[in-house]
Design a protein. Structure first.
Length: 354
C-alpha cells in the first residue's frame, strides 16, 4: 500500500445553485437557475464542482470553436468575436490555457492578456443568442496546486466574464456574471480556459486527443474542471509542470471530485462539501495547505468510479445516501476498502473532522 497523504480539497463554495451579481451596479444579479436532482441542483452543477458557467438557467462546461453544440445545447458562434467593432478570431494561446484574439483583417493585430478586456463573442442555444464579454483579465493569479518538475511553470491566466441575453423576450438585455459567487468572494467570479481535456458535464467522461481538438473549457473558480487543471491533471497542466498523469488517473480524479461513485455521471455530493484526498503517486506540494487529517476513509477511485467504498461523504446529512448509491450502481454497493489499494486505484478520499 502506498504511503497515505491526505489533502483537503478546498471546497470553499457553499452553494453554487445561488447565482447573484457583484456588489457594484456594473452587472446585475443573474437569474436563479432551476432546481433539479436530489440536492436541489442540476447534476451538471452539483457534481462537487462548486461553480460552473450558467446562462439561461443552464450549466455547461465546454464549447467548440467551430460551432458544434455541446450536450447542453450551447454553441459558440464562429467569427462572432470583436472588440470596439473590430472583428476578431478568438482562439487558445500557447500553451493552451489562455485566450488570444487576432484581427480578422490582419494577423499582425493580436490581443492578449490585459488587451483582451472588453472582447466579446456570441453563444447560442435553442434560438436564443447571448453575448459573453471579457470584463477583466488576471494574467498571473491562479497558482498550480501540484509540485512542478519545471523551473518556473508560472500561474494560470484567469478572466472575469459576463453575459447578456440578446433576443429573449422573457429576459431584459441586462448583463450578468457568467460564474456564480454564492459566498460573495470576488474570486468566485473568475474563470480559466483551457483545451486538450474536454469534460462531459452529464456523464463526467473526459475526451482527449482528436476528439478534443477545437474545444475549450470555461472553468469557473473551484468548479470541477478548474480543480482538474489547477491540481495538474490535464494535458496542458502536465506540459507546464513537467509531470505526467495518465488518462485513467485523470478520470479517477474527476470521479473523486464529483463523487461519481457508479461511473454513471450522477454525483453523490454537493457544492462546498469538504473532503480529504491523496494520490498514488502524490503530486500535491509537501507544504500544501490542503493537506489535512481525515477522521474516516471514504473511497478509492479508478477510471470507472469508486472501486471500494467505506463512509460516503454525505453520510451525516443524508441517512439514505448508501441506498441511493446502491440503487444507482445497479443494486450493489462497491465493496468495502481493505488494507491495500484495489487494482486500478489511483486516488483515495477521506472525510474531515466536523
Amino acid at each position: 500500500m502506498p504511503k497515505l497523504r491526505l489533502a483537503a480539497l478546498a471546497a470553499v463554495v457553499t452553494s453554487a445553485c445561488s447565482v447573484s451579481g457583484p456588489p457594484t451596479g456594473e452587472v446585475i444579479a443573474a437569474p436563479q437557475p432551476p432546481s433539479g436532482g436530489d440536492d436541489g441542483c442540476p447534476r451538471t452543477e452539483c457534481g462537487g464542482s462548486g461553480n460552473s458557467p450558467v446562462m439561461d438557467g443552464v450549466y455547461f462546461w465546454s464549447l467548440a470553436f467551430d460551432g458544434t453544440a455541446n450536450n447542453q445545447g450551447f454553441s459558440f458562434s464562429p467569427g462572432s468575436a470583436e472588440k470596439a467593432g473590430m472583428p476578431l478570431w478568438l482562439m487558445l494561446g500557447g500553451p493552451g490555457d489562455r485566450w488570444r484574439a487576432v484581427a480578422q483583417s490582419s494577423p499582425n493585430i493580436v490581443f492578449e492578456h490585459f488587451d483582451l478586456r472588453d472582447v466579446t463573442f456570441a453563444v447560442e442555444r435553442d434560438g436564443k443568442a447571448f453575448r459573453i464579454r471579457i470584463a477583466d483579465v488576471y494574467p498571473d493569479q491562479e497558482a498550480f496546486w501540484a509540485a512542478a518538475e519545471t523551473d518556473d511553470p508560472g500561474k494560470v491566466e484567469s478572466y472575469k466574464l459576463a453575459f447578456t441575453p440578446l433576443n429573449d423576450p422573457d429576459q431584459p438585455r441586462d448583463e450578468h456574471w457568467l460564474c456564480s459567487h454564492p459566498t460573495g468572494e470576488p474570486g468566485e467570479l473568475t474563470a480559466i480556459v483551457f483545451g486538450g481535456d474536454i469534460y462531459d458535464a452529464d456523464t463526467k467522461r473526459i475526451t482527449v486527443g482528436l476528439g478534443a481538438v477545437g474545444w475549450f473549457n470555461i472553468a469557473c473558480y473551484m468548479g470541477a474542471p478548474w480543480k482538474m487543471h489547477i491540481v495538474g491533471h490535464t494535458r496542458i497542466a502536465n506540459l507546464r509542470l513537467g509531470i505526467d498523469t495518465s488518462l485513467d488517473k485523470r478520470r479517477a480524479m474527476l470521479n473523486a471530485w464529483t463523487m461519481n461513485a457508479c461511473g454513471t455521471g450522477r454525483p453523490f455530493t454537493h457544492p462546498g462539501e469538504p473532503i480529504r484526498l491523496h494520490e498514488d503517486p502524490e503530486l500535491l506540494v509537501d507544504d500544501s495547505p490542503y493537506l489535512r487529517r481525515s477522521v474516516s476513509h471514504e473511497a478509492i477511485w479508478g477510471p470507472t468510479g469508486a472501486l471500494c467504498l467505506d463512509v460516503p461523504r454525505l453520510w451525516e446529512e443524508d441517512l439514505e445516501i448508501r441506498s441511493k448509491i446502491q440503487a444507482e450502481c445497479g443494486g450493489r454497493l462497491p465493496q468495502p476498502c481493505g488494507a491495500t489499494w484495489p487494482a486500478g486505484g489511483q486516488v483515495s478520499t477521506g472525510n474531515p473532522p466536523e
